[in-house]
Design a protein around this ligand. Structure first.
Ligand SMILES: Nc1nc2c(ncn2[C@@H]2O[C@H](COP(=O)(O)OP(=O)(O)OP(=O)(O)O)[C@@H](O)[C@H]2O)c(=O)[nH]1
Ligand SMILES: [Mg+2]
Length: 447
């Protein structure tokens, strides 16, 4: 089904047709229409005007064009009719599909997928050095397999003029395009390597900073959740911070950390960071490692969920899946059902709360429920003790002393080069001991 949904406006925004595909036997997390609606929001955030939508149900992708040839024609006609500049697929396209489709739609039309659109938004919203480096890395990783013989933008930047385009019909019969392609690829690989090096430095810096905070014994609470759930609004309310808030996808890219005082007087750090989305491109997860470590190394997660969203539960699932992917399954989590100021049905909220071991209903906007949230944070981090058995190397004297000071020790005995301590620890300290949960194999050298 193809439909034209808007007349082009006068402003020079790029104009796009969206394409959604339902692969039979491989249903996405969201129904096709909802996923397309989300794609339209992404387009809007990227300042792209949506002029039409096309959908198709497919048994399996066409090896050349992904969608069927009839559909290709249908889109081509719609593109001509609306004078669109872009065709945006909701599914990730292989480089080959992308190339074939561009050939069929004609020179003026660019074909991109959801990943490219998200990368574009990230590039717009990156403001710190770390953010910019990470977006650049994700971009080049995405570009590399997609380089074609076409004289690309990057090639123009780095090609350095005639000499490097190669000679026509030279030795080995390599065409000029092909030589240029190799130069481009090498150049991108070189940039990727350099970006990775620089990002390693950023990571090391963040790591040192976190260790400092850990030594000062201030636990870290990370706000996680689907994009637009209200994480930044919540940080602003809790800490009178001034993080940019917008009814936009991926408004936040770079982490912000603020100190917050809890009801019984303990202090914690809250970190607001990038949101998640369904079909989150893997390049982005990999490239954003430095930023995501703010989440994976937190002592507690507050999963902010927009309960008023029609796809709230799918969004919850997408976030849980991403948390699992980045290795957060062992971090205690409070689910904060947000935006309850918009809901009058208290029974529905009560039911929703019952689905989680630890949950609170809040409105980040009006402040309703925030004292409950802070009490729950304090409870988990400072009052609940979790049973653990750890094997700590003797050189980690500070960790051993800390266990005795703040934890409850039931049993403590030497274990090779380690000391085995069985007992319990308050939630805020669990993370520091996580590397020592596994029973080490005894060293042979001691014989
Ligand atoms: N009614 C209502 N709106 C809220 C509430 N919390 C946030 N919002 C709105 O939801 C939108 C998104 O809020 P943000 O705080 O930017 O969301 P975020 O989770 O930081 O989003 P990203 O940074 O894009 O991932 C904004 O328009 C907020 O005003 C709430 O409790 N009630
Ligand atoms: Mg935000």
């Amino acid at each position: 089904m193809a439909k034209k949904i808007a007349e082009p406006t006068q402003t020079p925004r790029e104009r796009a047709i969206l394409v959604g595909v339902d692969l039979i036997g491989d249903p996405g997390l969201l129904p096709l229409e909802d996923s397309l609606a989300e794609l339209a929001l992404l387009a809007d955030t990227a300042e792209v005007e949506v002029l039409g939508e096309v959908t198709q149900r497919l048994d399996k992708p066409n090896p050349d064009t992904f969608i069927g040839s009839g559909k290709v024609e249908e889109i081509k006609m719609l593109v001509e009719e609306t004078q669109a500049d872009l065709v945006i697929f909701d599914t990730e396209l292989s480089p080959r599909h992308q190339r074939e489709l561009e050939e069929r739609f004609g020179e003026q039309v660019r074909v991109i997928d959801r990943t490219a659109l998200i990368l574009d938004i990230f590039a717009r919203h990156a403001s710190t050095r770390e953010g910019i480096l990470q977006v650049e890395l994700a971009y080049y990783e995405y570009r590399l397999p997609r380089l074609t013989r076409v004289w690309t933008h990057l090639a123009r930047q780095t090609g350095g003029g005639g000499g490097r385009t190669g000679s026509t019909g030279g030795v080995g019969l390599r065409g000029p395009g092909e030589t240029q392609l190799e130069v481009d690829r090498r150049e991108i690989r070189r940039r990727i390597a350099r970006l990775k090096e620089e990002l390693e430095k950023v990571r090391a810096h963040r790591q040192r900073y976190r260790e400092q905070r850990r030594r000062s014994n201030i636990p870290i609470v990370a706000l996680v959740g689907y994009t637009n759930a209200g994480k930044s609004t919540l940080l602003n309310s809790l800490a009178r911070a001034e993080v940019y808030v917008a009814d936009q996808l991926f408004a936040t890219l770079d982490p912000t950390t603020r100190r917050v005082e809890l009801p019984a007087g303990h202090t914690v750090l809250f970190t607001d960071t990038v949101g998640f989305i369904q079909k989150l491109p893997t390049q982005l997860i990999a490239a954003f490692r430095a930023t995501l470590e703010e989440i994976t190394e937190a002592d507690l997660l507050v999963h902010v969920l927009d309960v008023t969203h029609p796809n709230a539960w799918e969004q919850w699932k997408a976030v849980q899946q991403t948390l699992l992917d980045i290795g957060c399954e062992n971090i205690p989590t409070i689910t904060a059902l947000n935006k309850v100021d918009r809901i009058s049905d208290t029974e529905a909220i009560r039911k929703a709360l019952g689905q989680f071991t630890s949950s609170v209903a809040i409105s980040a906007k009006t402040g309703e429920g925030l004292p409950n949230l802070l009490r729950e944070v304090e409870n988990i981090l400072f009052e609940n003790f979790a049973p653990v058995t750890v094997y700590i190397p003797y050189r980690e004297g500070q960790l051993i002393a800390q266990f005795h000071e703040f934890g409850k020790v039931e049993e403590s005995q030497p274990f090779g080069e380690y000391i085995k301590i069985k007992g319990s620890l308050p939630g805020r300290l669990l993370n520091a001991y996580r590397p020592y949960l596994k029973r080490p194999t005894p060293a042979k050298s001691e014989v």
